[in-house]
Design a protein around this ligand. Sequence first.
Ligand code: MG
Length: 219
Amino acid sequence: MSSARSLNRFWEWGRKIICVGRNYIDHAKELNNAIPSEPVLFLKPPSAYVREGSPILVPFYCSNLHHEVELGVVIGKGGTAIPQKAAMEHVAGYALCLDMTARDVQEECKSRGLPWTLAKAFNTSCPVSEFIPKERIPDPGNVRVWLKVNEQLRQEGNTSSMIFTIPFLISYISQVITLEEGDLILTGTPKGVSSVQEHDEVQAGIEDIVSMTFRVERP
Ligand code: MG
């Protein structure tokens, strides 16, 4: 693999970000959503990536920007209609991610039956940590993710509370959307989503495996 396409920098060349909504019962309930019987999927463009050192920008049309901390799954080997039993062979590693959401816009979209693009896909809507090789998280179905705003704990959850497991999601998604090397799957957020304001400091982590810090700014 050439260095230009190293999975260590998947955000520079990965072609898609596939997100799963409402994958934790306690989070679905806090937003008054039904518990899904099939995964809720949406996309972010790769232009949504932002890395530590650059700020999360509040979209000009948003007055209620929410954080959602999520375990990201980085695809190492592509495939279509991947069986669940083989799904983990397609995983190269993980990343800690934030699914930044213009909640006011999303509520409006939901009530009008419109797509979530403006709520979910804007620039800097996908802050991402360093790449975490697969070996460093031997059981991705049992890790704790957390998020603090200005040092106050807002979200804490364990991936064991996911409704749809990672192998199920890889299999389900790949029946519809071919997965490619460098793609990222955001696996949903636990409860505790809340607003961030300009000048806030958002810090998030996966246990003590990785952590990252971002400032929130207005462009
Ligand atoms: Mg989310």
